[in-house]
Design a protein around this ligand. Structure first.
Ligand SMILES: Nc1ncnc2c1ncn2[C@@H]1O[C@H](COP(=O)(O)OP(=O)(O)OP(=O)(O)O)[C@@H](O)[C@H]1O
Ligand SMILES: [Mg+2]
Length: 499
């Protein structure tokens, strides 16, 4: 066996993130690690990458016990990790990002040309093409992901840990990534792959280990299992089934007309977009990410000033208004980038929960602790948010649990209008069902929801009406009843419907 993690336990105070976990990896294998949010997947991998010291347990490489006190140790042993959130320098070139920390040196300073050549060599060897001189900030997320992997390969990794690598990628990028991983495994590299997307896992993995509440609930061969069995191992129960009621569509809540954001390129980022969301309706936006969806949401929520066009919320013109005023007018917002706009990592679960809810918990200018605690505790219960306590700093929540906290907080605004951008990114299958149910309940209560998701299945499952965006324009509109994956995919890719 190439790698063995034996009886790994990790305690954070009273929280037991890993409990007697045993996990192994064969050479050339793709071994998937799955489990609910907070099950302990990232923790186990941070231990393997030397970022955390286990409370107890042993790690063996080629049957010899090793100690991993830091990522430097891990890299020395040929273990590399691509994290749940990218850690690249966006103002540096691809080549610089890849060689950073181990730069080819000239007599004085840094040899850019050598770095670029080295990058090209790696890209060729591993079949992952990149332009070494391009600035990382100008690259698509798919390319950034490739750079992260090339960087790890440059460091000499034989074992590569990927923590939710497909979470932010487009379907095509996911396909390319999975092909690249398979090819690398065939060359003898070994992978540990964390993902909530069971279909992908079943397609690419050799074996799958399931964690539940910090413990291993099973290791199975991918060929001998299916989504249903995996879900059961993860959740320990059957999933709730989603039911949709017929809707009663009311008056217009959001009216966007000819909205344009020019940007710095020749083509506008948002090109004369006109759309409407009514009471009691979920309107989905389908599109490959990077086709104007972000600009649309930022313009509606006041994070970006549009160059032309207008936005009305409940009949009031909010074009160019401040974030605060738009929120007051009736917007709640589950943001696309939870780390940039969603939460403060330094603040506790309770403090982050309070954001946007301060007014109703104030009396004579004093915050009412009991009421706040009750409100946030209720969310923790309803959404199954795994946290040590309400006073745990948000940075210690697992990725999916943080997402659940934001969703709960924004839904609790009971605002007439909700923007839900990638509402289930990084959450497990059980939590996804809970969030979907909550969104549908809001709509049944006459709420208006604008849903943007890179998961086409999510758009199709929840929406009453769908707009398709491509290159900053709305290129199609259809009722859910007539929408199919094929029809939308064609429009998303810039194709035209005939007839
Ligand atoms: N530094 C820390 N301090 C306190 N608790 C922590 C710390 N790191 C992780 N935890 C807790 O350990 C548990 C496991 O977290 P982990 O990030 O490993 O989950 P995960 O399986 O990766 O979940 P997700 O799918 O949401 O990413 C969680 O309950 C989390 O709150
Ligand atoms: Mg995680």
């Amino acid at each position: 066996m190439l790698l063995q993690m034996e009886n790994i336990t990790k305690n954070y105070g009273a929280v037991r993130a890993n409990s007697e976990v045993s996990f192994n990896l064969r050479k050339g294998e793709i071994h998937a690690l799955v489990g609910e949010n907070g099950a302990g997947k990232t923790t186990l991998m941070r231990i393997l990458y030397g970022m955390e010291t286990p409370t107890s347990g042993e790690i063996k490489l080629d049957d010899k016990s090793i100690s991993l006190a830091s990522p430097t140790d891990a890299i020395k042993h040929g273990i590399g990790m691509v994290h749940q959130h990218f850690m690249l320098f966006s103002s540096f070139s691809i080549a610089e990002n890849i060689v950073i920390g181990r730069e080819p040196a000239k007599a004085i300073g840094f040899d850019r040309k050598a770095a670029a050549m080295e990058t090209e060599r790696l890209a060729k060897q591993y079949g992952m093409p990149v332009d070494p001189w391009k600035k990382v900030g100008d690259c698509s997320l798919g390319v950034q992901q490739r750079v992260e992997i090339l960087k790890v390969l440059y460091q000499g990794a034989e074992i590569i840990i990927l923590d939710e690598p497909t979470g932010v990628l487009t379907p095509l990028e996911v396909k390319e990534l999975l092909i690249a991983i398979k090819a690398l495994a065939a060359q003898g590299k070994s992978f540990i792959l964390i993902s909530h997307k069971l279909q992908e896992i079943l397609e690419v993995a050799d074996r799958i280990t399931v964690l539940r509440d910090g413990k291993v609930s099973g290791t199975v061969n991918a060929a001998d299992t299916d989504e249903e069995q995996l879900s059961k191992l993860m959740v320990g129960r059957d999933l709730v089934k989603l039911s949709r009621n017929n809707r009663t569509r009311g008056k217009a809540v959001l009216e966007v007309s000819s909205l344009t954001v020019r940007g710095t390129k020749t083509k506008p980022l948002l090109d004369e977009v006109t759309l409407q969301v009514n009471e009691g309706e979920i309107v989905g936006i389908a599109g490959i990410s990077g086709n104007g969806q972000s600009e649309l949401l930022q313009a509606i929520s006041g994070l970006m000033k549009p160059d032309a066009g207008s936005i009305k919320l409940l009949g009031q013109d909010i074009t160019g208004a401040s974030v605060l005023n738009i929120r007051k007018q009736g917007l709640a917002h589950i943001p696309e980038d939870r780390y940039q706009w969603g939460v403060s990592k330094e603040a506790t679960v309770m403090e982050n929960g309070l954001m946007g809810h301060t007014e109703k918990h104030q009396k004579y200018g004093v915050m009412q602790g009991a009421g706040i605690r009750k409100m946030v505790s209720e969310w923790v219960e309803r959404f199954g948010i795994k946290t040590g306590s309400l006073h745990t700093k948000s940075q210690y929540l697992s990725g999916g649990n943080l997402q659940k906290l934001i969703v709960a907080r924004e839904l609790a605004q009971h605002s007439p209008f909700l923007i839900a951008a990638e509402p289930t990114r990084g959450v497990d299958v059980g939590a996804m069902e809970i969030i979907h149910t909550e969104l549908l309940e809001k709509r049944d209560g006459q709420g208006a929801i604008l849903l943007v998701s890179s998961e086409l299945t999510e758009v199709l499952k929840l929406s009453d009406r769908i707009y398709v965006m491509c290159e900053g324009k709305v290129v199609g509109e259809m009722m859910a009843e007539t929408a199919t994956e094929e029809r939308i995919s064609l429009l998303m890719a810039g194709g035209k419907e005939v007839g």
